[in-house]
Design a binder for this molecule. Sequence first.
Ligand SMILES: [Zn+2]
Length: 251
Amino acid sequence: MKIIFHEKFKEVYTTDPAAQPGRMEAIIGELQGKFEFLEPQEAKYEDLTLVHSKSHVDRIKKDPHIYEMASLSAGGAILCAKIAKEGESSFGVIRPPGHHAGYESAWGFCYFNNVAIAVKKLMNEGEIDSALIVDFDLHFGDGTANIFKRSKDVTYYHLPGGDRLSQLKSLEEFLEKERDYGILAVSAGFDRGKKDWGGTLEVEDFKQIGELLKKASKRISGGLRFAVLEGGYNHSVLGKNVSSFIEGFSD
Ligand SMILES: [Zn+2]
């Protein structure tokens, strides 16, 4: 398991909850010393336009700090995907998040769709021909769903709501039916947490989600898998929730 992180992600680039000071530190504090860390590079303009219109990318570019951070975040997802393709699982502690970013627009603290860019880049380079994207953030990843809505090679699944046990059951039942993908990509949002916005999942539930995804990946994508951070806003539990997920997701 490799952790993808850059010190720059600690920079506060705007005032939304994903950009709050201390958010990255809360996660890194739990992971440091336990895993090997790798630094990503900024995604290139051509990477961003794999899933976004030029006008959207150019619009974001008007704010140089946000553009730098959002490109680095997308670059983090790309590095996660490349490591996964080489056979080692990875987790991207990246921000801004991406799953609300669509072809032409973005909202909900997102600018570029990190996970979509990473998947599309591997496909474009002929590394994979299909992908399953599982999103367990509290919020529906409308950006990801829209980007791939006409693609028969990429399946997007958002975990439905409900109490904790029904959520875990839904995920298990969904995964049981899936097979034969080039890679499993995960939009890992922690805002369902008991002490976070959604108020349902316990710390250990994230470990179970990680385990379910790991086991499914071994069956459907030869174990090739990566996950990137989306939401999760209560800094007092975010690190523990991320760490718990990684415990289940890693070998
Ligand atoms: Zn969310």
